[in-house]
Design a protein around this ligand. Structure first.
Ligand code: NAP
Length: 302
């Protein structure tokens, strides 16, 4: 077990903020139904029976129903051919009741997840991962944004963190998180640095940050000497350890050494209960946004 230190940072409560976002989406879904007589729908496509993926998909389905949207739960066998998955995506593309499509990754090894993701039509791409939506983001044009980086932006906005002119450092450059995160911060006029496995002197670069965002997948990498006093620290990492190693019941730890960073930061997200809950909340917001765009209504702000 790790020793308990005094925490001086404000804890950013992702669970509470995600609940607010979900309640706002539920209200806007009701308005959408009243105005259009339609119900936004989210189709999740799960290929195979990976238990973790099945849990994620189940959570998305439930959350969708809770805000008054229609969930479509598409399950395909682990040995489904590329053509079968592609045909299913084409069918969902034509289905007017389906506003958003999410292909759960990873897909089984014999399939090419990236090619299949690119088959999701951009207007239904609620994960924001297709080349069209990625391009719109980098051009600063309206489109569907990747859920987790969008969730981080909501956390920052609702915590009142000023981004204009701030030094923001993102550790991790994945297409899923690091790159879109950097683009969203840039759009808010932060000065953005993106670090990765070849960054020289990661500690020194991180210690410059007013806003430090870690999405690496290395338990407690961001520790001593990485956090500038007063910085805002956002921990995207989700690393599974034993409860003993983690020092908590869930066995989940982030990429940030919370005990160290929380003594220096002005605000920090915990793991679990920080960024995690925001991802599904933003998926719901994206589905509503997609539904609005498809009928020519202005997309809500959430
Ligand atoms: P990823 O695709 O594996 O990317 C990891 C990034 O970290 C890469 O850019 C890699 O650099 C960099 N990296 C690896 N070791 C490093 C080191 N020692 N120093 C500096 N950079 C290093 O992972 P991801 O999909 O972005 O996810 C990252 C973490 O966030 C994971 O723990 C994941 O579970 C979590 N996550 C959480 C959510 C959520 O909903 N909360 C959503 C998405 C991801 P290179 O590019 O040079 O290899």
């Amino acid at each position: 077990m790790r020793s308990i230190h005094a925490v001086s940072a404000k804890i950013i409560d992702g669970k509470a903020i995600a609940a607010d976002v979900r309640a706002e989406v539920a209200e806007q879904v009701a308005e959408f139904r009243e105005r259009t007589g339609r119900v936004p729908g989210l189709a999740t496509v799960l290929v195979g029976d990976d238990p973790a993926s099945a849990v994620y998909v189940g959570g998305k389905q439930r959350a969708c129903a809770e805000v008054g949207m229609t969930p479509f739960d598409v399950r395909l066998p682990a040995d489904a051919s590329f053509e079968l998955v592609a045909d299913e995506l084409a069918r969902l593309k034509r289905d007017e009741q389906v506003s958003g499509i999410l292909l759960q990754l990873p897909v089984p090894e014999h399939l090419d997840g990236s090619t299949l993701t690119n088959m999701v039509p951009p207007e239904k791409d609620v994960d924001g991962l297709t080349p069209v939506n990625t391009g719109l983001l980098s051009l600063g044009l309206p489109g569907l944004r990747s859920c987790t980086p969008q969730g981080v932006m909501e956390l920052l906005r609702r915590t009142g963190v000023a981004l204009e002119g701030a030094e923001a450092v993102v550790v991790g450059r994945s297409n899923l998180f690091g790159k879109p995160m950097a683009q969203l911060l840039l759009a808010e006029n932060a000065t953005v640095t993106v670090c990765h496995s070849r960054t020289r002197d990661l500690r020194e670069v991180c210690a410059r940050a007013d806003v430090l965002i870690a999405a690496v997948g290395r338990p407690r990498l961001i520790g001593d000497g990485f956090v500038k006093p007063g910085a805002v620290v956002i921990d995207v990492g989700m690393n599974r350890l034993t409860p003993e190693q983690a020092g908590n019941k869930s066995g989940l730890v982030g990429d940030v050494d919370f005990a160290v960073a929380s003594q220096l930061a002005s605000a920090i997200t915990p793991v679990p209960g920080g960024v995690g809950p925001m991802t599904i909340a933003c998926l719901l917001a994206n589905t509503l946004r997609a539904a609005c765009m498809q009928v020519g209504l202005a997309a809500p702000d959430v």
